[in-house]
Design a protein around this ligand. Structure first.
Ligand code: PLP
Length: 376
């Protein structure tokens, strides 16, 4: 079996030698000229069902060759049949929710915590879904005949809580389990190997890796991918081809970035546990066999004012988001989870004292010096 490092370099690029090019071709066309409009009508009949591979593209919203390469590459890395890319991670989640609504199963069972806006989208019912929030052990009891999806993040944003995906998948029975794998990436965790049916990413984070692309992607079976493509075709939240290009450019270094940043994060998590300015460190312990390392995020609860820490760092970038080459620090209560409001945050167990650190590729001692000084 090909190693993940090799796949990351070559996936989505299999035909480049035969094409006689080295860099991935970037196709910015919004439309695809043809003198055969009967043939185009026939292809649209096929593409409108969400099926693919029926000839040249017709229109940019229906399909794009550069984006299709990124979709193939990520599907291969996740060990799935298909990938469907979107304009953002939230657009990807929206399509999954709409697929449930369209299939007459609008009820969702979800495990907290989730990324703030994902929690808000589910809780608000904006897309016609309803949600039952449960602990992992209570998923089976919460399933109903109209449940279309079970949603979990592991590790979760922002507490890095881990859920046993195999046990959860067993509890889901026939209901598809959607795992948001943004934090682990397919380098550290492949949810389908633990029974998940659907893997979702905010590609904005580690897949892009340089803080300059907004995107989302779902890896899944081809039959589910068809329903997502049909929704994307009709609702229009497509990934821009330049973003597809940049995401493909990020993938070859994904394993190296993840391993390096994870090693630094594990070292910082251990040091932070002994820091007088830190009352609690959240870092994945690694459920047996699920993740190959703890990942590149560390969350801490601080003794002092978290806003003062944000203001005091000089090497860390004080910004929301994560997964870039530079280290980022943010206050979930003010940014990533602010939309939920103080009451819900307290209920979910997201402390006002919590800071989330996304560790990048800088030297570990330089990062430590910056944190140590800011925490004092
Ligand atoms: N899922 C997780 C775990 C996230 O952290 C985020 C964004 O921070 C999203 C989904 C949403 O992704 P996007 O910002 O690309 O819409």
């Amino acid at each position: 079996m090909t190693a993940q490092r090799t796949r990351a370099v070559h996936a989505g690029r299999e035909d480049l030698v035969d094409l006689g090019v080295h860099a991935v071709p970037l196709d910015l066309s919004t439309t695809y000229p043809s003198r055969d409009s009967r043939g185009e009508a026939a292809r649209l009949d096929v593409l409108g069902t969400g099926a693919q591979d029926c000839g040249p593209p017709v229109y940019g919203r229906v399909g794009n060759p550069t984006v299709a390469r990124f979709e193939r590459a990520l599907a291969e890395l996740e060990g799935c049949e298909a990938g469907v890319a979107f304009a953002s991670g939230m657009a990807a989640l929206s399509a999954c929710l709409l697929a449930g609504v369209a299939a007459g199963r609008p009820h969702v069972v979800a495990i907290r915590p989730l990324y703030g806006t994902s929690d808000f989208l589910l809780g608000s019912g904006l897309l016609g879904t309803s949600v039952t929030w449960v602990a992992p052990d209570d998923v089976r009891a919460a399933l109903r005949p109209d449940t279309g999806l079970v949603v979990v993040e592991s590790p979760a944003n922002p507490t890095l809580a881990e859920v046993d995906l195999r046990a959860l998948a067993d509890a889901c029975g026939d209901v598809p389990l959607l795992v948001d794998n943004t934090f682990a990436t397919p380098v550290l965790q492949r949810p389908v190997e633990h029974g998940a049916a659907i893997v979702l990413h905010s590609a904005t984070k580690y897949l892009g890796g340089h803080g300059d692309v907004l995107g989302g992607i779902v890896a899944c079976r081809e039959d589910y991918a068809r329903s997502l493509r049909q929704i994307r075709f009709a609702t229009g939240a497509v990934l821009h081809p330049l973003s597809g290009y940049l995401l493909l450019r990020g993938l070859p270094t994904l394993p190296l970035r993840m391993h390096a940043a994870s090693a630094t994060a594990a070292s910082l998590a251990a040091r932070l546990a002994g820091h007088p300015g830190v009352t609690r460190v959240h870092y994945p312990r690694g459920l047996a066999g699920q993740m190959t390392s703890g990942g590149a995020l560390v969350s801490i609860e601080v003794a002092g004012d978290p806003h003062e820490v944000i203001a005091a760092v000089r090497l860390f970038t004080p910004a929301v988001s994560l997964g870039s080459v530079d280290s980022l620090i943010q206050h979930p209560g003010s940014l990533s989870h602010h939309v939920l409001g103080e009451e819900a945050l307290a209920e979910i167990g997201i402390s006002e004292k919590l800071l989330r650190l996304s560790i990048g590729l800088e030297d570990v001692d330089d990062l430590w010096d910056d944190l140590d000084r800011a925490l004092r």
